[in-house]
Design a protein around this ligand. Structure first.
Ligand code: AMP
Ligand code: MG
Length: 527
């Protein structure tokens, strides 16, 4: 294993004496600090991602396990990133890797570099009041969801391994003043880099233009090969190009979240990846019924800042904070404004395309005047019918679309009744009828290739998602020492578009109990 660390080699360290690396440090004026993994001799392996690990030469999790236990260092000199961020709309100051420790980078078989982090491996200078640790519950949620996202086709950090620490961590899970001991865990997660919007904000806020500029140069050299030559200077034209690229990737990401009904839950700028990856899985959730106001995060219950329907606008808000951080290096603000406008236009274009695909209208021009009203109409009717987002779209492929509209409609009503969490009124069904006539009319008017239509639709609308209910069930099993269901579910989620008839349990809409149970319907940030 030849780990290397360009982030460390090429950027600025803030020196901290080894003896105090586990103590908080408020003003880190550098890109990173050294960090020490806390030795935990009782660590044990729970899951290892063989197929992904092999690309880097990992045959099993043994080496990583030894690193977690403190038996092996492989000459690795770990570090923690410095970053700040806006949390729930307010500038929160320095945050940094308080419980993630970066081991360094490795090349995959195609010579692409990926950074490896251990989340939950102990305190760093950025831990503030925290313990630098993670519980099994939240680590399972992160491990599984990142892989589920990857197999759906959504940009995300990857999960390489999950370890139990063999000891306990104290958490007040419901923030009700009743802390309890929970099992500790560590996730090894992987991404091209874990650089966030907040990495830029911290230096801009402190007026450290040198650190800001060097970080940009680093991103140009190593993470923007599709944009620049190695020698690209950090000038305003290049910053504009780079910013627009981040905006594009963010639009792709959020359009993907929206098309799968994913709600991140904590879209703070410190959780926004410059690569447009889903990172930092916390109190996220997937829509059960189509509810634009849904957020699973209890901390956000009142204002619902990060609710499903707000995510696209929050993406823009976060990009605007990034633009502000870059602005001291840019005279012509239009360069940054263009990036922001590009985000919106790109997001809108992707969304109409995604909606057409989800509805089996890929053969219709995205410019078709009726497409928008059909897409808008289905979301609004689904919301009013409390139809399950995933099951509703998946089930469209069981319609026999070649039959006349009026003959088809009773089957469609059956589909609504099956996928909805409430029975629709007659008035609502008659609105559905109007929508359905327009929808089916438009679809047939353009003469779809019928055998392909079913296949295409099932390749777009997944059958299996990682609902919080399933997360809850496998977590309970694993907490009791049985990881069988966890492994099974990970396998099911590798093929979210396949029928997998033996796993229909996980293809159901959310069970009733999951709407009431704390820790399932709603989650705190306690992790
Ligand atoms: P998150 O909400 O997990 O994205 O974390 C926000 C910030 O809090 C980051 O700077 C984390 O490193 C830090 N943080 C969260 N939990 C802990 C913890 N248990 N110990 C130390 N720092 C933490
Ligand atoms: Mg975070």
């Amino acid at each position: 294993m030849d780990f290397f660390a360009r982030y460390k080699d090429e950027l600025t360290a803030f020196e901290i004496a080894p003896a105090v690396l586990h103590q908080p440090c408020a003003d880190v004026n550098g890109h990173y600090t050294s960090a020490q993994i806390t030795k935990r001799p009782a660590c044990y392996g729970i899951v290892f991602n063989q197929a992904f690990g092999e690309a880097f030469g990992f045959e099993n999790a043994d080496i990583l396990l030894e690193i977690c236990r403190g038996e092996e260092s492989l000459g690795i000199d770990p570090y923690a990133h410095n970053y700040g961020g806006h949390q729930f709309g307010q500038w929160a100051g320095q945050l940094g890797d308080g419980r993630a420790i970066e081991l360094g980078e490795l090349l995959d078989q195609e010579h692409r570099a990926y950074a490896f982090q251990l989340k939950g491996a102990g305190r760093t200078p950025f831990s503030r009041q925290g313990d630098g640790r993670a519980v099994l519950r939240s680590s399972i949620r992160e491990y599984v969801c990142a892989e589920a996202m990857h197999h759906l086709g959504v940009p995300t950090s990857r999960s390489l391994a999950l370890f139990g620490t063999g000891d306990h961590v104290v958490r007040d899970m419901f923030y009700d003043g009743r802390p309890e001991k929970e099992l500790g865990a560590i996730v090894c997660r992987v991404a091209p880099s874990f650089i966030r919007f907040g990495h830029f904000e911290i230096h801009a806020r402190r007026g450290r233009m040198d650190l800001l500029k060097n970080l940009l140069g680093f991103c140009f050299r190593h993470h923007s090969k599709h944009l620049f030559e190695d020698t690209q200077p950090v000038d305003e034209q290049a910053i504009g190009i780079w910013f627009r690229d981040v905006a594009e990737k963010t639009a792709v990401l959020i359009a993907d979240w929206m098309r799968f009904g994913f709600v991140h839950g904590v879209m703070n700028t410190d959780n926004m990846s410059i690569h447009g990856l889903t990172i930092d899985y916390g109190p996220y959730g997937w829509l059960s019924d189509m509810n634009p106001d849904f957020t699973p995060n209890t901390t956000d219950r009142q204002h619902r800042r990060y609710r499903y329907a707000a995510q696209p606008a929050i993406g823009l808000w976060n990009l605007t904070r990034l633009a502000e951080a870059l602005s001291p290096l840019v005279e012509n603000m239009q360069l940054l404004k263009d990036g922001l406008a590009f985000y919106q236009n790109h997001f809108n274009a992707l969304t109409i395309k995604h909606m057409a695909d989800k509805l089996g209208l890929s053969h219709i021009s995205p410019q078709h005047e009726m497409l928008f009203s059909i897409a808008d109409g289905v979301m609004s009717l689904m919301a009013r019918s409390k139809a399950d987002f995933t099951c509703f779209f998946r089930g469209l492929s069981s319609l026999e679309i070649e039959r006349p509209t009026a003959e088809l409609f009773p089957g469609f009503v059956h589909h609504i009744r099956e996928t909805a969490y409430e029975q629709p009124s007659q008035a609502l069904l008659s609105e559905w009828y109007d929508w359905f006539c327009n929808y089916h009319g438009l679809m047939m008017q353009a003469q779809p290739d019928i055998p392909n239509w079913y296949m295409q639709l099932n390749a777009i609308n997944p059958k299996y998602i990682f609902r919080n209910a399933w997360a809850h069930e496998v977590i309970k099993q694993s907490e009791s020492g049985d990881d069988e269901e966890l492994h099974e579910l990970i396998n099911v989620l590798k093929k979210p578009y396949d029928e997998q008839p033996e796993w229909l349990y996980y293809a159901q809409k959310s069970p009733k109990w999951s709407f009431e149970m704390p820790g399932v319907a709603s989650l705190s940030c306690s992790s």
